[in-house]
Design a protein around this ligand. Sequence first.
Ligand code: IPE
Ligand code: IPE
Ligand code: MG
Length: 230
Amino acid sequence: MKKLHWAFIMDGNGRWASMRGMSRQKGHTEGVKTAHKVIDYCLNKGNIGVVSLYVFSTENWLRPPSEVNGLFKLAKEYLTDSDSFKQKGIKVVFSGERTNLSKELLDLMDSCALKTAQCNNLILNLCINYGGRTEIIRAAKMLKENQFDEVHFKKQMYQNLPYPDLILRTGGQMRLSNFMLFQAAYAELFFSDTLWPDISQTELDGILDAFNHRTRNFGKIRETNENQHV
Ligand code: IPE
Ligand code: IPE
Ligand code: MG
């Protein structure tokens, strides 16, 4: 059985907090708790092989420095407990530009990746300082003239992972915001109005169920398909 790659655009932390009269940072703290729950959910499903989380975009630097610092503080806390990833068999990998990240964060990222490199229950792809456009341009720069094809491009992405099968964006916006522009070509897109901290197992179950009922043609015509509408 081919395992699924589920990618998440975790949006809505700020609004979740503002609605409650709390600081945006509190929303991000809740967002981290939800990320833990979602990863455990995916781990327990058994048919999910890769989870990608959009943690920080190349455009998120445009936020006030206090918020940016707050987000990186949480990222560091999150990565400090690399033993818990290892215990759960989660292999942690990273996508994104290393430039502009602090040495402290880079060291934590490297040690987390190293410690969990042999784990094989789930791959957790954390997209930090990630932008799809930068990723594609970077790949193009690395390719030689005779390598301009999909296979070579894919190999030069930050991580050569199976393409995402599902992308869920929470928080009500219907856009990709520079996420996985190359890899998303045939992903099934899901958009939820639920703010990220409020995402529940029941909602995730519903999305997986809807995914299982979608017809994925990849450009072909399916001759026998009960879901096919004429
Ligand atoms: C989290 O949600 C996304 C990150 C950049 C971590 P937001 O911070 O964008 O929350 P909203 O969209 O302002 O509610
Ligand atoms: C996308 O959310 C980035 C992450 C979830 C990390 P944003 O809140 O930054 O996206 P826009 O600005 O609304 O498009
Ligand atoms: Mg947002």
